[in-house]
Ligand binder design. Structure first.
Ligand code: ZN
Length: 377
């Protein structure tokens, strides 16, 4: 039997359907390629995928391309709080990495703050500080205090109060309040828990009863007045370097007092209270927990050649050279108002060479150095 070869043919209706399907696929592919090239032009500029998507849906691509890379604008398009009417302002306000950035910017714009003032507000506080601040009525002349680089938004009211009470200028006011000098001595002190060579302990920053330096060692009587002296190893080693350098030039240094525990400081307070009364203790002796001697980083330095250190040749030598070994004179007479302590020419504090040199060269206190560079709270 002869087989009949039959060509395989699709029904015309199916062919038609396939063509339509093909056209649809080509269109989808085209749209997809167009869309991703649009997104790419924005992501290449530095916008996130999420922000780029929203920029396209809001038909703001041309606007954004004309602005270029802008982190605040990116955050605005990433945020549910984006408001089209504030678009121009977003581009002029400095970005900060804060969770409620756009929401807070909206509130501050609505309160009537200028773009520059909003940038300043954002730069001087945390997300929470700004959120709290945004709830307040508008404050005029904010730049009075906030133009000081290390001013804190959260301290604003205290700046106003301190400045009104003392008549001090902006910079002095910000420094004083940041250092809690507007609070009573020994009251509501911050507790410093971590040992470090740049730690700040004073009448507003205290140590716990059980605090002691991580590396407490005994000091050899070659360098100390008696065999009970102790200190942080790093400070003791630095002192030995200084002692030897001084010796080479004919000066004879000695440590008269060094590490003191909380209990030992308590005993000192009690003794002086019995001898000279409460007022003397208040003015001249640090309360237990508030003495730098508890850090192990402070030494009362003397001269083996003279009973009065300040009148000795050793004093002049230490004043000019201590920073090279990482020590600073901690309580100079002209800075009593900042340190909170009467002048103690003999009291030296180890802070490391870098900080000691800065403090020496700029003639400032450890308090000021802390406010400028170390205060991250
Ligand atoms: Zn001392």
């Amino acid at each position: 039997m002869r087989q009949v070869k039959r060509k395989f043919r699709l029904k015309p209706s199916i062919v038609r359907k396939c063509k339509v399907l093909g056209i649809i696929l080509v269109i989808i592919l085209g749209v997809y390629l167009f869309y991703s090239s649009q997104i790419n032009s924005l992501t290449k500029l530095g916008y996130s995928k999420e922000a780029s998507k929203n920029i396209l849906f809001q038909f703001k691509k041309e606007y954004v391309l004309s602005i270029g890379k802008n982190k605040t604008l990116n955050a605005a398009f990433e945020s549910n709080d984006y408001k089209e009417k504030y678009l121009d302002q977003y581009t002029k306000i400095d970005y900060q990495n804060q969770k409620h950035l756009i929401k807070n910017i909206n509130t501050l714009i609505a309160k009537g703050y200028s773009n520059d003032t909003i940038s300043m507000i954002l730069a001087h506080g945390s997300d929470n500080d700004v959120t709290q601040f945004a709830k307040r009525d508008k404050i005029n002349y904010l730049e009075e205090f906030l133009s000081v680089p290390y001013a804190k938004l959260s301290n604003y009211d205290r700046y106003v109060d301190y400045s009104n009470a003392t008549g001090e200028d902006d910079e002095t006011t910000v420094l004083a309040v940041n250092l809690d000098m507007d609070k009573e001595n020994y009251k509501d002190a911050i507790v410093v828990k971590e040992f470090s060579t740049d730690m700040l302990v004073n009448k507003h920053r205290s140590l716990n009863k059980n605090f002691q330096p991580d590396d407490l060692v005994s000091i050899d009587t070659e360098y100390a007045a008696d065999d009970t002296q102790k200190g942080s190893r790093i400070a003791v080693n630095a002192f030995i370097q200084m002692y030897k350098a001084a010796k080479k030039e004919g000066y004879d240094l000695v440590i008269n007092s060094s590490y003191r525990s909380y209990e030992e400081q308590q005993e000192i307070c009690d003794t002086y209270r019995d001898l000279y009364g409460e007022n003397y203790v208040k003015n001249y002796v640090a309360m237990p927990g508030f003495s730098e001697h508890q850090t192990g980083l402070s030494f009362d330095i003397g001269s083996r050649n003279s009973n009065v250190f300040k009148d000795s040749e050793e004093y002049d030598w230490v004043l000019e050279n201590a920073h090279k070994f990482g020590f600073i004179q901690r309580f100079p007479s002209k800075y009593e108002a900042i340190t909170g302590f009467r002048s103690e020419p003999w009291h030296y504090r180890y802070v490391g060479k870098k900080i000691a040199t800065y403090i020496y060269e700029h003639d400032i206190t450890l308090e000021e150095y802390y406010a400028l560079f170390l205060d991250t709270e």
